[in-house]
Design a protein around this ligand. Structure first.
Ligand code: FES
Length: 194
């Protein structure tokens, strides 16, 4: 199935997105600014701080998305709308190109249901590594105005791979679903990544 620019979803204003993106990077930037001091004090602690970051998702409104840099990789965080969640839940695993949830913290072959890809009670949040599983481009779909493909998730313009709102590959040459990084909610809206 081919995606077009008309497949764009969401009605987030560009100003809102830039504000959120700036806020997220500012928070991470502040943590990064501590790095030289921590590094001098304790190399082990500094290595740990690189591996794990905390991000407060509270400013991300329903339908909005931010990208976080974690271990040198873009991590997509999207606050999915009820319609997006419903659509993602109604997909039969047997219809998927890759039926396995690519949860990096687990070696088990978990079916790629929407419930297995998200956290219980936090189904609106989709957290996935934003690297196309074909040849490693960063798929479009995070910014307002980006093409998102016919399933409303992400579209990789490099060779046309299509992902749905649960990060599952639905078309194109990508062989696997987007990887889900290790993360947990440490309070209502704050996640610890890594
Ligand atoms: Fe994404 Fe090839 S790298 S489709």
């Amino acid at each position: 199935m081919n995606a077009t620019v008309e497949d764009i979803g969401g009605d987030v204003s560009r100003r809102d997105f830039l504000y959120l993106a700036t806020g997220a990077f500012a928070a991470i930037g502040a943590a990064g600014a501590l790095w030289p001091l921590v590094d001098q004090m304790n190399p082990d602690a500094s290595a740990l701080s690189l591996a794990t970051i905390e991000v407060d998702l509270a400013p991300i409104q329903n339908g909005q998305a931010i990208t976080i840099l974690w271990r040198g990789m873009p991590v997509f965080v999207r606050n999915r709308t009820p319609e997006e969640i419903e659509k993602a839940k109604n997909v039969a695993v047997s219809d998927l190109k890759d039926p396995v949830a690519r949860i990096l913290s687990s070696t088990a072959e978990i079916p790629a249901t929407d419930g297995n890809i998200t956290k219980p009670g936090k189904e609106n949040w989709l957290v996935a590594i934003g690297i196309c599983t074909h040849l490693g481009c960063v798929p479009k779909g995070q910014n307002p105005g980006d093409p998102r493909g016919p399933y409303g998730g992400w579209f990789c313009v490099c060779h046309g791979s299509i992902y749905d709102t649960a990060g599952r590959v639905r078309g194109g040459p990508a062989p696997r679903n987007l990887d889900i990084p290790p993360y947990d909610f440490i309070d209502g809206t704050k996640i610890k990544l890594g």
